[in-house]
Design a protein around this ligand. Structure first.
Ligand SMILES: [Zn+2]
Length: 214
C-alpha cells in the first residue's frame, strides 16, 4: 500500500475495518457524508482552491472520513449548530500519508505543512478543518481569514478583528470544544480529537476507504 519508503509504520492500517472486533471499534473510519445529515463538505485539497493551487487529492473525493469518536463528536456539534440554522463546513478531514509527503516535497516548511516524520492528525483520521455556514443565506460566517492563511491573523489569540468576527470564531471554538475537540492555537479552522497516539497513521486512498467502509 505505501508507495514510498518511510519510517512510519503502516502495519496497523488494516485495523479500522475489522468491523466485528470490539477492540478496534474506535478505529473505524466513518464516511462523514453518510453519517452526518446535511453536513457541507468542500474538500479544498480536492480542487484548485487551496494554497498549492493544484488538486492534492488526485482522486477528487467528495467526502471525507474521521475515526468513530471524532465523527460522533462532530455529529453532535452539527446538531447543536443546526438548532441555530447553521451548519459545519468541512474543508479537510482524513488525509492519506502520501499527500503529507507530497506537501512536504513541494513546500518543505514546517510553519505551513506537517513534517512527514511525525505524520499529522489528519493522517490519523482525527483532525478536521471546519468553518460555519449560515443555512438561511448559504453564506460562510466571516472568520476574518480564509482557510490556510498562514499569518498571525489566523491565530486563536489574534484580537485585531471586528467583534462580530471574534464572536463567530468563538462560536466555532466553543462548539467544537463542547464536544471534545481541541483547537490549534495557530489555525482557527483546525480541530483535533485528543489522544492522537491511539490512532495509527493511515495511508489508504479515498477510493480504498470508500470501498472498505461500505
Ligand atoms: Zn488541519
Amino acid at each position: 500500500m505505501p508507495k514510498r519508503k518511510s519510517k512510519v509504520n503502516f502495519a496497523e492500517n488494516q485495523h479500522f475495518f475489522k468491523k466485528n472486533d470490539k477492540r478496534y471499534d474506535s478505529l473505524s473510519m466513518i464516511n462523514l457524508t453518510q453519517y452526518i445529515p446535511g453536513i457541507v463538505i468542500d474538500l479544498r485539497y480536492a480542487g484548485y482552491n487551496n494554497f498549492m493551487h493544484i488538486p492534492m487529492y488526485k482522486q477528487h473525493p467528495n467526502t471525507t472520513f474521521l475515526r468513530k469518536p471524532a465523527a460522533e463528536a462532530l455529529k453532535k456539534a452539527q446538531e447543536a449548530l443546526n438548532q441555530q440554522s447553521l451548519s459545519l463546513v468541512i474543508w479537510d478531514g482524513y488525509r492519506p500519508y502520501d499527500v503529507t509527503v507530497d506537501f512536504w516535497n513541494k513546500v518543505h516548511d514546517e510553519r505551513y505543512v506537517a513534517n512527514p516524520k511525525n505524520g499529522s492528525g489528519h493522517n490519523r483520521g482525527i483532525a478536521v478543518d471546519v468553518s460555519i455556514i449560515n443555512l438561511k443565506n448559504g453564506q460562510l460566517l466571516n472568520m476574518g481569514t480564509d482557510f490556510d492563511n498562514f499569518t498571525d491573523s489566523a491565530h486563536a489569540n489574534f484580537m485585531g478583528l471586528p467583534d462580530s468576527v471574534l464572536a463567530n470564531r468563538r462560536l466555532l471554538r466553543q462548539t467544537m470544544q463542547a464536544f471534545g475537540f481541541e483547537a490549534l492555537p495557530t489555525e482557527w479552522w483546525h480541530n483535533s480529537w485528543p489522544n492522537a497516539k491511539h490512532f495509527p497513521i493511515l495511508n489508504v486512498t479515498f477510493k480504498q476507504l470508500q470501498r472498505m467502509t461500505k
